[in-house]
Write a protein that binds this ligand. Structure first.
Ligand SMILES: Cc1cc2nc3c(=O)[nH]c(=O)nc-3n(C[C@H](O)[C@H](O)[C@H](O)COP(=O)(O)OP(=O)(O)OC[C@H]3O[C@@H](n4cnc5c(N)ncnc54)[C@H](O)[C@@H]3O)c2cc1C
Length: 434
């Protein structure tokens, strides 16, 4: 019987690892609770109606189908029986392994306030991105109909919590979407009634970037109408708004981007996780204390050359996945320890504005935006997606139109955040909701 390698998670890391093992003599099983690989860096574009969900998601089976030695199981993992070398999945099944790879990523951290999640969705899944899109677009429609000036302003106030790259991208995108849409397509609301507030508890936004890029980003955000508030802590989030200090801000939509924690996989191994819930691994990505279990990506705690944990980035997960696939495949029996090659840290702030930090040098503005766009298209999982997204971006760049401005019809009794039973498709540019 071929040696059995089980990979939990078909995200950036897990999929890269599986692809390295495709066509080998191992029996590889990929387990994921969803059927698709999701390109999370572009989720904010789904939330702001620039792209459709199918543009950034690819069925895992489709990607791995050509490798006859790889099987996929769509199931949620609930535990690991280390003694019996089995993965426990929902429904009671057990999957045997000889070697195990944990690539379960991370989830949003509400810092113990999980009740806020319903009112302030994060952006980890397509469901959440669609929820945000639904709330955003609905608030514009409601504001168009109400007569009370204050209520209009409340509906057109958007709060983004967390000044990291996701929060910045979201705040910039909402502001640009809102102003363009209001100007062109609405009759009873004005662009100056729109307010986007970005709230960061720390002293600065984009804390991982050099100071000059932070200044640039902040100025650009303010130029496009985003109110940036640093050093302010959110105390409560309700369905009507957000409490910051003694102030209550009424909003049409709240978005959470205030931090992530690793998946709970460390508990399956009975390990004490390091801060952030990550699993400690050695320099070959082997889980400390487990000879045949490995962890990669956001859920692994791998120390970089500066002795700090590597950041939760797609490029880290992907590089680790490729490295581990080769290691498991014994293609490099004497493989040297994993070393992360930094290809640059980036954030997009708005149309024609992005920042890139390559360590030794930096880039900002239009050139950075084009580089950002090029890199993200290149990283999309297949050629078809690259073409689709490129065409839509070019179209949007030229026309400023957003192709996926869909408000989904709800069944009676569902709240704003609930997913609909019927979908109305009204598409204003290339690329509909597939
Ligand atoms: C909004 C957003 C924007 C981002 N932008 C960037 C960016 O611009 N650049 C960048 O480099 N990085 C970015 N990132 C970070 C990047 O997406 C992550 O670092 C990367 O996805 C980590 O890869 P991974 O393989 O560790 O986990 P993931 O890609 O998250 O994959 C984890 C997989 O495990 C599965 N899984 C989890 N738990 C279970 C379970 N119990 N049972 C079964 N399956 C399970 C999940 O369904 C998922 O498919 C962004 C992240 C977000 C959320």
């Amino acid at each position: 019987m071929p040696e059995r390698i089980v990979i939990i998670g078909g995200g950036f890391g897990g999929l890269a690892c599986a692809q390295e093992l495709g066509g080998t003599d191992y029996g590889v099983t990929v387990i994921d609770r969803r059927n698709h690989n999701l390109f999370q860096p572009l989720l904010y574009q789904v939330a702001t109606a620039a792209l459709s969900p199918a543009d950034i998601a690819e069925p895992i089976r489709k990607t791995l189908g050509r490798y006859r030695n790889i099987n996929m199981i769509m199931a949620g993992v609930i535990g690991i029986d280390v003694d019996r070398q089995q993965v426990l999945v929902d429904g009671g099944d057990r999957v045997d392994y000889d070697r195990l790879v944990i690539a379960t990523g991370s989830e949003y951290n509400y810092f113990g306030k999980d009740g806020w999640r319903a009112n302030a969705p994060g952006m980890k899944t397509i469901h959440e991105a669609r929820q945000i899109r639904q709330r955003l677009l609905s608030s514009f429609e409601k504001a168009e109909r109400v007569h009370d000036e204050q209520e209009k302003r409340n509906l057109l106030t958007y709060v983004v919590i967390g000044g990291g790259p996701t929060g910045v991208e979201m705040a910039g995108a909402i502001s640009e979407l809102g102003r363009f849409m209001i100007n062109r397509d609405f009759r009873n609301i004005q662009p100056d009634q729109l307010k986007v507030i970005l709230i960061e508890a720390g002293p600065k936004i984009l804390a991982a970037f050099p100071e000059k890029l932070i200044d640039y980003a902040r100025h650009y955000l303010e130029k496009i109408g985003v109110e940036v508030r640093t050093g302010e802590r959110v105390l409560d989030v309700t369905s009507d708004g957000v409490t910051v200090g003694t102030e209550f801000i009424r909003t049409g939509c709240v978005v959470w981007g205030a931090g992530v924690k690793a998946s709970p996989a460390h508990r399956w191994l009975g390990l004490d996780a390091v801060p952030g819930g990550r699993i400690p691994v050695d320099d070959h990505l082997r889980v400390v204390g487990h000879h045949n279990v490995f962890a990669i990506g956001d859920t692994a705690d791998f120390k970089g050359t500066d002795a700090k944990p590597l950041p939760g980035l797609a490029q880290v997960a992907k590089q680790q996945g490729i490295y581990l696939g080769r290691l498991l495949n014994n293609r490099c029996a004497d493989l040297t320890p994993f070393v992360f090659k930094n290809r640059g840290n980036t954030a997009v702030i708005g149309r024609n504005a992005a920042i890139f930090d390559f360590g030794k040098w930096t880039l900002k503005g239009r050139a950075a935006w084009f580089l950002w766009a090029f890199v993200h298209v290149y990283l999309l999982i297949n050629f078809e997606k690259r073409i689709l997204v490129s065409v839509q971006w070019i179209w949007r760049y030229l026309t400023r139109q957003r192709g996926a401005r869909l408000i989904e019809e709800r069944s009676i009794g569902e709240s704003d955040g609930a997913m609909p039973s019927v979908v109305i498709c009204q598409v204003t540019g290339p690329g509909g909701d597939r």
